[in-house]
Design a protein. Structure first.
Length: 278
């Protein structure tokens, strides 16, 4: 039985019998997607894509969170406004294209709260199995930003227009695992202690069935890539808007993260000047 495990990065990688499991492993940071974390996820997925022995990838997190989403303070670099706008577009588009272009089936095993991009990226995979401790939150409206990860189109296909609007709009609906199952956001819910075993079982069933990469809700690759490109531009516009910058400064200050909070406050106060350069 082939079995390899690596612990040298924020991603734990386990390979066994055709299944490569990528576990996000920065629990103190709620497995948030800093630039380093995103680079490690990309490296792990690229390696799995080119590994002939890997047939299915399982993506999960170390407890208690699945992933707190993109850590903006850890991924945003200040610079010329046009350069920042282009960088945000490129980074966001590349993040979701990583999932869209992946050539092998991906099963997401959500072990706890999932927020923002970690939710939308999961819906671009072949299936989602959730622990009973999982919750799903996409607080884009509350943050003053636009939907990403193809959710402006894809969510309605999975859950219907009403539930998609509840999650993406001002209500900010955060379904638990059973609610997400009933809505169509996830495909399986299991007791927390059974999550890893059930994810492995499903992955092996896919291998035995010769499963190929596909998308939930009947979506097609080229359409989703076009949606991702369009959403990435809108997101960059929103990221550099006053409502989002103000909300980030307030949020970071509430968490006593004074350095990042000061960065966003400086951006807000100087925005009347630099916004002219966009």
């Amino acid at each position: 039985m082939a079995h390899e495990e690596s612990t040298a990065s924020p991603i734990l990688i386990r390979k066994q019998d055709g299944v490569t499991t990528l576990m996000m492993n920065t629990p103190a940071r709620l497995n948030g997607w800093t630039r380093k974390m995103m680079d490690e996820i990309r490296a792990g997925m690229d390696a799995a894509a080119h590994d002939d022995e890997t047939r299915v990838v399982v993506l999960t997190g170390s407890d208690p969170y699945y992933c707190a989403g993109v850590n903006l303070a850890g991924s945003l670099e200040l610079g010329h406004p046009r350069k920042m706008h282009a960088m945000i577009v490129a980074q966001n588009q590349a993040l979701f294209d990583l999932f869209l272009d992946f050539p092998k089936p991906i099963l997401v095993a959500v072990n706890g709260p999932a927020i923002g991009a970690s939710v939308t990226s999961a819906t671009l995979c072949d299936g989602i199995i959730a622990s009973e401790k999982a919750t799903f939150s996409t607080p884009f409206a509350a943050l003053g930003i636009t939907p990403e990860g193809c959710s402006s189109v894809h969510f309605a296909r999975l859950m219907g227009e009403e539930n998609a609007h509840r999650m993406l709009g001002s209500e900010g609906w955060r379904p638990g695992a059973q609610e997400a199952l009933e809505a169509g956001l996830v495909q399986w819910v299991v007791p927390h202690e059974q999550l890893a075993g059930e994810a492995d079982r499903i992955a092996r069933e896919w291998i035995n069935a010769g499963a190929q990469r596909g998308f939930l809700g009947g979506s097609e690759l080229e359409e989703l890539k076009a949606v991702n490109a369009r959403e990435s531009i809108a997101l960059a516009d929103a990221f550099l808007g006053a409502p989002f910058i103000k909300a980030q400064a307030k949020f970071l200050a509430s968490k006593k993260k004074w350095g990042p909070a000061a960065m966003f406050l400086a951006m807000l106060l100087s925005r009347p000047l630099w916004a002219r350069l966009l």
